[in-house]
Every structure is written in structure tokens, then in C-alpha cells.
Design a protein around this ligand. Structure first.
Ligand code: BGP
Length: 461
């Protein structure tokens, strides 16, 4: 076989608690930021669909697990909802939440699917939002206590843990670009939130190590490899370096190396937005780097130097402009560039500059609108575009592995169609179709069939 992967390679997919379970008030779950924001401003959400039902994983997890097995998955990442497990700031446990996550873990394990659990996927409970969210250092401490509780409750059966999913998106979504709650634009608050998110992640790693248990802990970072338009131009190169510092290295370096890049600290100081870090907190960050990394990769970032001075409140775009070019390969539906070689370049970076840390591609996927138009005569979504997308990325991943990169798996976003924040059900990503008009009826798409064969063979030709 031309593209053969190792026997223990992870073939799987990822989703999250808030995007799949549904909220279902009455089961003891507390309110989290998206429940609240949807109530405040439903018009911001595509088709007016909020997080109440999503894909009904809360009730249908057994059926989902069966189908995951059927499409060949040997691993599944989801997240625990903090607001489902813990009811309030005092740390009162919601027994129904414990029971639910125990049942999900049991169900997955009984089918030979490894559960990989993330502790936070954009879903801060309102009882901490009310206290200032991650602008408040107390929230970082509370996160570490919640993490410790999860390790105690589920640690015996879960081998791989992740602290946060895409912490930079929490910062940019909530505090720069208004895509997440609290939807403000304030670079100083953004920098503080980023710092506390990193601290919270490192504190959770510390709790994990304290228990001395089995298993490993990592973090999921969405990496956007940054390419400049005119590499021969020094200013252009600088614009790409700055974007890379702000969007990639701001979490990559402290999480993997235990320290912030000097150039980032200098930049934040120059702008007057550098958070005041306590020496003991920096020591926690230094001493608690992760065991492995999850890389979410969707698209690269193309930048060039600014053509005109930046005005308005401070934003990353002060340092670069994004550009598009003719012939750029785009997802025909989602508007994101498709650039597969970036997977290889990320791998080489991690091999050469980050100690060849073990990592896996924890999200990669192709969102498509109105996917029902691709339903064939047999009632199956004929998503050949998704098969091609996965294959093309795996080819570059394979090349990287052959060249000594330490990548141990591929997870598609997502196993099944799921709710996606303000985009709700606009873009479908799954290998399993969820028909929301028909009581969330589930059908395997063509990509699911292809994935099964690929996973069984451990590769493809
Ligand atoms: C990632 C997030 C996921 C998911 C995905 C697709 O960044 O980790 O939670 O939402 O993006 O996003 P969208 O539906 O906006 O295309």
C-alpha cells in the first residue's frame, strides 16, 4: 500500500460536548455562555438555532457510538461540559452529569473506541462568566480544580486528556472579533484572557501530574501556518512573523516550551497591553509543559505588509493585511482555503523546533452548506469532496511521518453533523448525516464508508 500508517495510528474524529449533547435544562446542568448568549440574541445565530438540542448526543450516544464503530473509528475526542459536571462556584457535583460521562466512556470503550477527553471547548459556565471569565485569575484556579475533579472521576479509564480546545479562539472570538461571548473588541482584555487561559492549562497539567496517574495530557491548538506574499521583502516577512507570534506561538511556546517568545512579550509591552505576570505563575507555566499536542488545521493565513496605516482600536491587523490570490484552492462552500502541504510544514516545525513532541491532527475537515443536494438515489450523501479532502491531507501527513515526524493520528472534524456556535447547522462536517427535520435521524455518508475501509487497512493506495 502506498500510504500505510502504523498499526496503532489513531483513526477517528472529534466533536465537543456543547456542540453535540444539547443543554436539556432539568438534568442538573448549569447554564454556560452559549446558552445565555443565545437567549440574549437569538438573531445572531444561523437560522435562529441555539445549543438546546444540537445533535441530541445526550440521549442518542449509544446509537452514535455504534455508528462510529461502523465507520471504523478507533478513537473519539469530545469534551466534558464543565457546566454539566459542576453546578456552581462552590463545586457542587451534578450526579446526573457524572453518570452521563461514565456511560459515554463505557459505551465507547466497550466498542473499542478510545475516548479522548477535552476539558474545555469554548463553554465557560455562567457562574464564572459572571465573575469576569478568564479575565479573572480566580477562573484559572477554578478550572484547575474542575480538571482535578475530572481526573479523579474518570482518570482510570481515560488515557489521553486535553486541557483546552483552541484557546486563541476564545481570545479572538470573545475579545477581538465578536464571534464569541462577551463579543467585545479590546486588545488589552484579550491579552489578559490569553495569559489566564495559558495559566489555567498549565495549572491543570500540574494537577494531572500531582495525581501521578497513568495517561497523558495535552492541549489542542489551531495552527494557521502563515505565508507572506513577497518573501523577498523584509517588511512582508515581518508581517508574517508577527501574525505567527500572535496566533500560533502565543500558546505553542508556553504550552510546549514553558515560556513566551521574547518578541511577543516585547510587542505586547510596546502596545501597553502586556499582562502583569506573577513570578510563581510563570513558574507554573515553565514547569508544566504538555505531553502531547493536538493540532487543529483547517486553512493557512496569507499575509502581506500593510498598504495604509491602521486606524481604530488595536487589532492584530495593525501588523499585516490578509490577501487572496487568483487560483487559490478554496472549499467550494465554506470559503476557506484548502492547502494540504501546510500539514507537512506544521509537522516539520514540530519536529525541528519543538523537540519532535508527539502530536496528532486533532481536527481537519470540510464544511459544506446544503449538503442534502448531494444525497444520491440510495439516500446517502455522496460526499466525494470530503473523501478527497481527507486523502489529500493524509498524503502530506504520511510524507511527514516517513521523514521522522512524531504524528500518531488523524481526527476528522466531525464524526457526525453538529452545531457550530453562531454558524449553528450551516456547515455540515460529519461522516454521519444528522437529519434534524426527522428527529435527528442518522445515516452514514459515503465518506464514512470510505473511512472504514481506510482505517481497517491502515491506509490507502
Ligand atoms: C473549529 C472548532 C470547532 C468547529 C470547527 C468548524 O475551529 O474547534 O468547534 O466549530 O471549527 O467551524 P465552522 O462550523 O465555523 O466552520
Amino acid at each position: 500500500m502506498e500510504y500505510q500508517f502504523s498499526k496503532d495510528f489513531l483513526w477517528g474524529a472529534a466533536c465537543s460536548g456543547p456542540q453535540s449533547e444539547g443543554s436539556f435544562p432539568g438534568d442538573g446542568k448549569a447554564e454556560m455562555e452559549w446558552d445565555y448568549w443565545f437567549q440574549q440574541a437569538p438573531e445572531l445565530f444561523y437560522d435562529g438555532v441555539g445549543p438546546a438540542v444540537t445533535s441530541d448526543f445526550y440521549h442518542k450516544y449509544k446509537e452514535y457510538a455504534g455508528l462510529m464503530k461502523e465507520i471504523g473509528m478507533n478513537s473519539y475526542r469530545t469534551s466534558i461540559q464543565w457546566s454539566r459536571l459542576i453546578k456552581d462556584r462552590e463545586g457542587t457535583i451534578n450526579e446526573a452529569g457524572v453518570e452521563f460521562y461514565n456511560s459515554v466512556i463505557d459505551e465507547l470503550l466497550s466498542r473499542g473506541i478510545e475516548p479522548i477527553l477535552c476539558l474545555h471547548h469554548f463553554d465557560l459556565p455562567m457562574y464564572w462568566v459572571e465573575k469576569g471569565g478568564f479575565e479573572n485569575r480566580e477562573t484559572a484556579e477554578a478550572f484547575a480544580a474542575y480538571a482535578a475533579k475530572c481526573f479523579e472521576l474518570f482518570g482510570g479509564r481515560v488515557k489521553r486528556w486535553l486541557t483546552f480546545n483552541e484557546p486563541i479562539v476564545i481570545t479572538e472570538g470573545g475579545y477581538l472579533y465578536k464571534n464569541h461571548y462577551p463579543a467585545v473588541c479590546d486588545a488589552k482584555r484579550a491579552a489578559l484572557v490569553s495569559y489566564h487561559l495559558q495559566l489555567a492549562s498549565s495549572m491543570a497539567v500540574k494537577e494531572f501530574r500531582k495525581r501521578g496517574g497513568k495517561g497523558q495530557i495535552g492541549i489542542v491548538l489551531n495552527l494557521t501556518p502563515t505565508y507572506c506574499k513577497e518573501p523577498e521583502n523584509a517588511e512582508d516577512r515581518r508581517s508574517a512573523e508577527t501574525a505567527d507570534l500572535l496566533f500560533n506561538k502565543s500558546f505553542l511556546d508556553p504550552s510546549l516550551k514553558g515560556e513566551y517568545p521574547n518578541a511577543l512579550v516585547e510587542l505586547l509591552k510596546k502596545e501597553g497591553i502586556c499582562p502583569e505576570a506573577q513570578a510563581e505563575d510563570l513558574e507554573v507555566i515553565r514547569a508544566n509543559t504538555v505531553d502531547f499536542l493536538g493540532v487543529n488545521y483547517y486553512h493557512p493565513r496569507r499575509v502581506t505588509r500593510r498598504s495604509s496605516p491602521f486606524t481604530g482600536p488595536l487589532m492584530p491587523e495593525k501588523y499585516f493585511e490578509e490577501y487572496t490570490y487568483e487560483g487559490q484552492k478554496m472549499n467550494f462552500s465554506r470559503g476557506w482555503e484548502i492547502y494540504e502541504p501546510a500539514v507537512y510544514e506544521i509537522a516539520i516545525q514540530l519536529r525541528d523546533n519543538y523537540g519532535n513532541i508527539p502530536w496528532y491532527l486533532s481536527e481537519n475537515g470540510m464544511g459544506v452548506q446544503n449538503e442534502e443536494q448531494f444525497i444520491g438515489v440510495d439516500g446517502i450523501v455522496e460526499d466525494d469532496y470530503r473523501i478527497e479532502f481527507i486523502r489529500d491531507h493524509l498524503i502530506w501527513l504520511h510524507k511527514a511521518i516517513v521523514e521522522g515526524c512524531n504524528c500518531f493520528g488523524y481526527h476528522l472534524w466531525a464524526p457526525f453533523d453538529c452545531w457550530s456556535w453562531k454558524n449553528a447547522y450551516k456547515n455540515r462536517y460529519g461522516m454521519i448525516r444528522v437529519d434534524r427535520k426527522d428527529n435527528c435521524r442518522l445515516t452514514v455518508k459515503k465518506s464514512g464508508r470510505w473511512f472504514r475501509v481506510t482505517a481497517e487497512q491502515g491506509g490507502f493506495s
